[in-house]
Design a protein around this ligand. Structure first.
Ligand code: ATR
Length: 279
């Protein structure tokens, strides 16, 4: 029987998850399907309670349902609880299980693209304090970072985010961000700055250490001004597309039984799709 999974959100038409999972289904010759399901804000409870009757083994969850999906799940793993949101759901013995794989995707992308990124220094500068930053902080704490500098335009938001974690997170004034790059092994942009249609992220990397890795969660465009500046300084850079691809791995394995791989072929497929949408 065909195993089915889906991504739920509102709106959902721009999700790239069907392309990613569709690629893996074909590659592994699995009798499966992965579709987009538009679920309006008031309908999440109904959708999740009837997921099995609708024939779904599980789902990815995107905006605006990630927080509510965590609340409605029967069980959530440590990552989902710490991040306060779920992006991956599956049924186990009739119970709805929830995880958040964003931190996993973030770490795996760095492991693959910048091996050793977390071994030289355990200091990081994180820019931004939204949901993406929360996943990044959880990831860095899981890798024993002991000096996490958190800068956000709205300081109260950074304060509130730091309060969710029991860890070495130090608040940095947004205006001080350039001064605080010194000594960091990792600099991460989790804000929307640099995304097509938004202003670039202004930061001076002059003081960055030569072995620092610079990563941007923005992936449209793939090479942001931040990454261009870092490259020009000879620093290692990692773009944000890998995080999107790697965060999909655990869900695919839960629903379809095979751990998939993020390959150049998959990356090329998604890059082509991003370029098409920009035309
Ligand atoms: P996500 O859940 O994807 O992280 P979000 O919650 O909307 O998205 O967070 C967006 C982040 O980008 C926030 O850190 C936001 O800063 P504020 O908390 O001050 O709003 C940041 N951001 C967006 N536009 C910005 C700008 N023009 N300058 C500085 N930071 C900006």
């Amino acid at each position: 029987m065909t195993t089915r999974a889906c991504v739920i959100g509102w709106p959902i038409e721009h999700s790239r998850s069907p392309l990613i999972h569709g690629h893996w289904l074909a590659k592994h010759g699995i009798d499966g399907a992965y579709t987009k399901q538009e679920v309006e804000p008031g309908n999440l409870d109904h959708f999740l309670s009837s997921m099995r009757e609708q024939g779904f083994a599980g789902a990815n969850v995107t905006v605006p349902h990630k927080e509510q999906a965590l609340v409605l799940a029967d069980h959530a793993d440590d990552a989902a609880r710490a991040i306060g949101a779920a992006n991956t759901l599956w049924l186990e013995d009739g119970r709805l299980q929830a995880s958040n794989t964003d931190a996993y995707g973030f770490l795996k992308n760095l492991d693959q693209e910048a091996p050793g990124w977390d071994t030289l220094s355990k200091s990081a500068l994180v820019l931004g304090a939204g949901g993406a930053a929360r996943a990044v902080l959880f990831g860095l704490l899981s890798r024993s970072f002991d000096d996490i500098r958190l800068a956000n335009r709205t300081r109260e938001r950074a304060e509130s985010l730091a309060g969710h974690f029991d860890g070495p997170i130090h608040l940095v004034d947004w205006e001080q961000r350039s001064e605080r790059v010194a000594g960091c092994g990792l600099i991460v942009n989790t804000t929307s700055l640099g995304m097509t249609g938004s202003p670039p992220l202004e930061i001076d990397l002059t003081g960055a250490s030569v072995d620092a890795v610079i990563t941007d969660l923005v992936y449209v465009p793939l090479k942001t001004k931040l990454l261009e500046q870092a490259e020009a300084r000879g620093l290692r850079t990692v773009d944000g597309l890998g995080m999107l691809l790697h965060q999909a791995e655990p869900g695919f394995e839960k629903w379809f039984g095979i751990r998939p791989e993020v390959t150049q072929e998959l990356r090329d497929l998604i890059v082509a799709n991003l370029l098409e949408e920009q035309c």
